[in-house]
Design a binder for this molecule. Structure first.
Ligand code: OAD
Length: 233
């Protein structure tokens, strides 16, 4: 891979799998017999806020027990050592990239460790449960929700993402099934702009055919090997 200056990396649940965080489409995508898609929506929250808050409380508690794995650390090393442009766009709502040391990072689907007051519109760092309907630390309203993007809602920071994609020389997708748009369409944007594209995933994904190259294997191995390679090139 020569002539590469600007890199955009999209990560999904697969990069955190070896840290012990379930991917979305493993285990049949079920939680307590509810389809995840039926819990992660504004309609579900309006219908049964307690159920939705419990689901996110459980996941928020779980991620705090987990640790970054070698794939997160490899991307943090790339961030520290890559002199050109770099942006990691994660669909994940865990904080394992930042705990590994990544800085040039954005969360397009929000973050488990934040609560959003739908009344005063302020986001707060949040580690505990929301199911008890605690007050907003700013305005006191009982109107907090997880600061995560639900199905049918607009992902965050799309302007910044498309700006980075317009300059990209190499687009890399790691540990994502390519099932959820708009993230699944980024590879197409990159190809149309003449960038090289690489997929690193455990198995072939729905979008594999769109990439110039796919390397299959666990993220801890394939991501670490790719980072060694690109930093050594
Ligand atoms: P998925 O669960 O759809 O896909 C995870 C991908 O990671 C699959 O292709 C797996 O083969 C792969 N994988 C599993 N273990 C791996 C490992 N050890 N190393 C490398 N790859 C591995 O998760 P996402 O693609 O992230 O959106 O899902 C995208 C979005 O759908 C999520 O952000 C979420 C979900 O609904 C929202 O909540 C808005």
């Amino acid at each position: 891979m020569t002539g590469i200056r600007n890199i955009v990396i999209l990560t999904g649940a697969g990069i955190s799998a070896e840290s012990g965080i379930d991917t979305f489409r493993s285990a049949g995508g079920l939680w307590e017999n509810h389809r995840v898609e039926d819990v992660a929506t504004p309609e579900a929250f309006a219908r049964d806020p307690h159920l939705v808050q419990r689901f996110y409380d459980m996941r928020r508690a779980a991620i705090q027990e987990k640790l970054p794995n070698p794939a997160h650390f490899a991307l943090a090393r790339l961030d520290a050592e890559w002199k050109g442009g770099l942006l990691v766009v994660t669909q994940n709502v865990d904080d394992l990239h930042e705990r590994a040391g990544s800085r040039r990072l954005l969360h397009m689907h929000g973050e488990h460790l934040k609560a959003w007051c739908t009344l005063c519109d302020i986001r707060h760092p949040w580690r505990g449960p929301l199911a008890g309907n605690p007050p907003c630390p700013s305005c006191g309203a009982h109107a907090l929700r997880p600061d995560v993007v639900w199905f049918g809602e607009m992902p965050y920071r799309m302007g910044e993402i498309y700006a980075a994609l317009r300059e990209v020389d190499l687009f890399v997708s790691i540990g994502t099934s390519g099932a959820v748009y708009p993230a699944a369409g980024f590879v197409q944007n990159a190809v149309e702009l003449g960038a090289q594209t690489l997929e690193l995933n455990l198995e072939a994904s729905q979008g594999s055919h769109m990439f110039h190259e796919s390397r299959l294997g666990p993220a801890s191995e394939v991501v670490t090997a790719w980072v060694e390679e690109i930093l050594g090139a």
